[in-house]
Design a protein around this ligand. Structure first.
Ligand SMILES: *[C@@H]1O[C@H](CO)[C@@H](O)[C@H](O)[C@H]1NC(C)=O
Ligand SMILES: *[C@@H]1O[C@H](CO)[C@@H](O)[C@H](O)[C@H]1NC(C)=O
Ligand SMILES: *[C@@H]1O[C@H](CO)[C@@H](O)[C@H](O)[C@H]1NC(C)=O
Ligand SMILES: *[C@@H]1O[C@H](CO)[C@@H](O)[C@H](O)[C@H]1NC(C)=O
Ligand SMILES: *[C@@H]1O[C@H](CO)[C@@H](O)[C@H](O)[C@H]1NC(C)=O
Length: 473
């Protein structure tokens, strides 16, 4: 659909096409039929348009955890997804945890007596929404893991692990003794000492034959924990491509349910992450496309796309958060609603925005959110507002409307990159504006995953930029 006007423009008079294009963007509204936006209960439909780019062989399908494309329990038990209000409460906890970490305020919890003390905090992980299936070990066994740009060390639950130590999961537990490529990391190694620098080190443990092995421990921001053996293994992304000697955690004791997925894939910027471990081969770059709904798939890819990827990226500089190598920070420069630039002083955005896969709703500086809400509500004045749902204060009752006219919302980043969020999937979360405002303009913001839907988002630490390619899934 999107490419046909472009094709016309090649065939027809250039000025005529220019008029149409300008006319559309000046209008700045999109008519959304209600039937297509209510996608509940659809079967898993499309496999993503994973590009045929020869440099993107390392691309795996990615699914929404509550959708029909995510693997279900072998027992056939249907896990009821949590309510929107519950998802929003978890999301708020993740957002405030990321903000306090990024601003150097430590939020170390008092460890309770029952669990040995994991020494590192990852982001709150109960709001994570996207999963991929990777092959662990030799022969490779499929393991479905939550993806997270807010933490680094990856792990899966491992045998031997009984019900009191491991939560029930969808796939059989990973069994290291059945893999010819599994090895625990010995205690007296640089790799184990490096874990201490990342504050994941949980000391050493002696196995049955007296070998001293390296333990890792993570406590996440929502107090879920994983403790086990730091290990290396072969990770298979596609049948053709595997990563040898991948360092990960073989989880022997977990607290939390992780929604019954087998573990977690850390995509942050610190040395323990998949991205950093493969930087020599893939340049410290990865990308993903989050699908518009929960009944289709997107993809996760390592490396940068080659120049012949369809469509083009817009780039903005990637910054680090001092002392927090995990996070990816970009700078917002402006917001438009319905094609009109909002009047927001640029200084409001000076703290930057963490771009994150695991936060749902975007948190803007307070001043920016007020301006956005005013403009959005005014453009949507034809529809009755509902009372707030948790902190989402701009929710609509679309009952009785056969279609809804939604204004475009564009984000402009440092350097001029401007992206039109997908309408409606990138703007509305269950009929609510998927943004919230911070209590001040003095803390870092977060770009949540709703805004990122349908874009290929390329995190390229090697080249120091983040790219956005529209219509990628
Ligand atoms: C998918 O999303 C819709 C709408 O957001 C929701 O009602 C539904 O419960 C979700 N899950 C499945 C499995 O369809
Ligand atoms: C203990 O660890 C060492 C080193 O990896 C390994 O060779 C040995 O088989 C392990 N013993 C048991 C009982 O797992
Ligand atoms: C595997 O990685 C560890 C560090 O993570 C390194 O010490 C070791 O030499 C590597 N082994 C091989 C075979 O590359
Ligand atoms: C939404 O609007 C419909 C039709 O006007 C009304 O019947 C319904 O009660 C409203 N729902 C809520 C939650 O206000
Ligand atoms: C959109 O909905 C309005 C009122 O519900 C209706 O009058 C109009 O014809 C619809 N437009 C389209 C293109 O479906």
């Amino acid at each position: 659909m999107a490419s046909s006007p472009l094709l016309l423009c090649v065939l027809l008079l250039y000025t005529y096409c220019l008029t149409i294009a300008l006319g559309n963007s000046e209008h700045g509204f999109v008519l959304v039929p209600r039937s297509s936006s209510a996608s509940s209960g659809l079967p898993c439909s499309s496999v993503s348009q994973v590009t045929s780019d020869p440099n993107r062989v390392l691309s795996v399908p990615l699914a929404h955890r509550y959708g029909a494309c995510a693997p279900s329990s072998p027992s056939g038990a249907t896990d009821r997804p949590p309510s929107l209000a519950e998802r929003l409460r978890r999301d708020r906890a993740r957002r405030s945890h990321l903000i306090s970490k990024a601003s150097g305020r430590s939020s170390i919890s008092q460890s309770d007596a029952g669990v040995s003390i994991p020494t590192s905090l990852g982001a709150a992980v109960d709001s994570l929404e996207y999963v991929v299936t990777l092959g662990f070990g030799t022969p490779a066994v499929p393991q479905t893991v939550l993806i997270d740009t807010g933490s680094d060390l990856s792990w899966v639950q491992c045998q031997p692990c009984d019900a009191s130590a491991c939560y029930p999961q969808k796939d059989p537990l990973f069994d290291p003794s059945a893999s010819s490529t599994y090895a625990p990391v010995p205690c007296d190694t640089q790799a184990c000492r490096d874990l201490a620098a990342g504050s994941y080190n949980n000391g050493c443990t002696t196995n049955a034959t007296g070998a001293s092995l390296c333990r890792y421990g993570i406590e996440y921001g929502n107090f879920d924990t994983t403790v086990g053996l730091y290990s290396t293994e072969t990770l298979t992304l596609t049948p053709a491509v595997s990563i040898t000697n991948f360092s990960f955690g073989c989880g022997l004791r977990q607290r939390g349910t992780f929604d019954r997925f087998d573990g977690l894939l850390g995509l942050g910027g610190a040395p323990e992450s998949l991205v950093s471990q493969t930087a020599e081969t893939y340049g410290g770059a990865f990308s993903y496309c989050l699908p518009p709904g929960n009944s289709s798939t997107g993809f996760l890819a390592l490396g940068t796309p080659s120049n012949n990827t369809p469509g083009s990226f817009q780039f903005t500089p990637l910054h680090g958060v001092p002392g927090q190598a995990t996070f990816y920070l970009v700078t917002l420069a402006g917001i438009s609603v319905g094609g009109k630039q909002l009047d927001i002083p640029p200084a409001v955005f000076s703290k930057g925005m963490i771009i994150d896969s695991g936060t749902v709703v975007t948190g803007l500086p307070g001043t920016a959110y007020s301006a956005l809400r005013t403009a959005f509500r005014s453009a949507m004045s034809a529809y009755p507002l509902l009372p707030p749902n948790e902190e989402l204060d701009t929710c609509y009752n679309f009952t009785g409307f056969s279609n809804v006219t939604v204004p475009t919302v564009s984000l402009t980043f440092d350097g001029g990159a401007t992206i039109d969020l997908d309408v409606p999937s990138g703007i509305l979360l269950e009929d609510c504006l998927a943004f919230v405002g911070g209590s001040s303009d003095r803390e870092v913001g977060i770009i949540g995953n709703v805004n990122q839907r349908t874009f290929e988002v390329l995190y390229d630490s090697g080249r120091g930029h983040v790219g956005f390619r529209p219509g990628a899934c």
